[in-house]
Design a protein. Structure first.
Length: 78
């Protein structure tokens, strides 16, 4: 079984219940969570060279992941 780092529930274990709650109750948050999960998986696959991309693309993906994570964290703690 592969382990993908930076999963939100692992990065914010104290917010795991809130993540689940908002995913069930808020369609917008659910879409953002799915986008984060997909992007995080893509970054991991690029970093491990399973699906190599250019350094520029990988850096851009990391920036997008970080911005999305910040946005989600704000919603989770609001």
């Amino acid at each position: 079984m592969s382990h993908t780092p930076h999963e939100l529930a692992e990065d914010f274990p104290d917010l795991a219940d809130r993540i689940h709650e908002l995913k069930q109750d808020n369609a917008h948050v659910a879409r953002l969570l799915e986008s984060y999960h997909t992007l995080n998986r893509d970054v991991h696959r690029a970093e491990t060279r399973v699906e190599p991309v250019s350094e520029e693309t990988e850096a851009q993906m990391r920036r997008e992941r970080s911005a999305l994570k910040d946005e989600l964290y704000g919603m989770l703690t609001a």
